[in-house]
Design a protein around this ligand. Sequence first.
Ligand code: URA
Length: 231
Amino acid sequence: MKRRIDQILGNFGYCSRWQARRWINEGRISHNGVVLTDFSSKVEPRELLIDGEPIAFPDGMLILLNKPLGYVCSHESGEGPRVYDLLPPRWQDREPKVVSIGRLDKDTSGLLLLTDQSALVQRWTSPKHHVEKVYRATLDRELDPGVIGQFAAGIALRGEAKVCLPAALTIIDAKLAEVTLSEGRYHQVRRMFAACGYQVEALHRQRFGDIELGDLPEGQWRALPLPAAGS
Ligand code: URA
């Protein structure tokens, strides 16, 4: 959709709408090979060049991040370093805002998705959609095989009336398990293990729906194609 140039520069985090007028006067903005001089002219964001470069993700973004331990998914500073601090600074000023699709605890690492598409956040975090999430959990003691049946039957969490949906648990090593959930309750994996008498010492997410973390290095991100609407 065509939008005013000053609005585009502001909404994609390049500069304030006020500064946009200066950038335009300085001849930094062009369209179809023509330097634009009127900040109120309307163009398609994907056709605009700023200092000869196209706008990053003009149609929206989906980002895969390998979240390191110690980072918070909140936008607030004061709770520790934020996952947003690992992304290009300009993205923090984008409107709509870049947000995480669900959250990982500060002491959980691994796959985190971020997007500026609110419909995608709603779809992929909605309890109706049952998007599968796969975690590796390291426990404080050796796993009893009986825990597989407890997870499969649906764990009752302290303080919650509704039991969890059945979850798949595979014992990988004496104190290491892989857990597949199709819900996203608060601290769910830690609380499920706590209900069975275990403490989670390390938690790492490997998969979200069909998206795998793969060999993306810790603290690094890469862009993914936006899924078709409804998928
Ligand atoms: N379950 C948890 O307990 N913590 C997370 O970060 C994700 C799932």
